[in-house]
Structures are given as C-alpha cells and as structure tokens.
Design a protein. Sequence first.
Length: 114
Amino acid sequence: QVQLVESGGGLVQAGGSLRLSCAASGSIFSINTMGWYRQAPGKSRELVATIRTGGRTNYADSVKGRFTISRDNTKNTVSLQMNSLKPEDTAVYYCNYKWGVEYWGQGTQVTVSS
C-alpha cells in the first residue's frame, strides 16, 4: 500500500501562483511515476503532469509553460508549481503514484477567480 497526502491548494486570483505538494509513504518502489491529475465539476479527471524517478516529465498542453513538476526521490515527494493561473485551472487536484498498481491522494481544491 502507498499513501499519498497532498497540500497547498487554495483560492487565488487569475495570474497568481500556487504550489502543490504530495508526500508518499508506505511500500514505495524505487522506480515509479508520480504526478498530478485534476477534475473540474462535470468533467472527467485529466492528466496535468507526471514525472518519472529519473526526471522525465510529461505535461498536458494546457499547462505547458505555466506549470512545473518536480520531485525529491530521497523524500518521496512530488510538487507542482503553478504560475499564471487561469479560471479554467479550477479543479480538484489529485496526486498519483504509479508502478504497476496505481494510488491516488484525497485531492486538494484549487480555485482561480477571474
């Protein structure tokens, strides 16, 4: 089992910044992919960004150039720096851990006001 605990969500005005963090604990495999997904009301959950243990990243087109994902393998943490936020970024953001089996955090609300 892997437990994921997110922090850092909140309310911000358009153009502002937020930083999300996620700490993983439990049966962490040394090679894995961690990332962030989001789900807006009435929409399906979608990928935001992922990062592999070796540092390879993948971003949704909608956040490229604005969001930056990073990780600390020694602490089993992953972070998402979100800049130039837009109202359409409003969603519940979920931390994700994947190595064969997939685990999700409880989600943290990000609200961007116009």
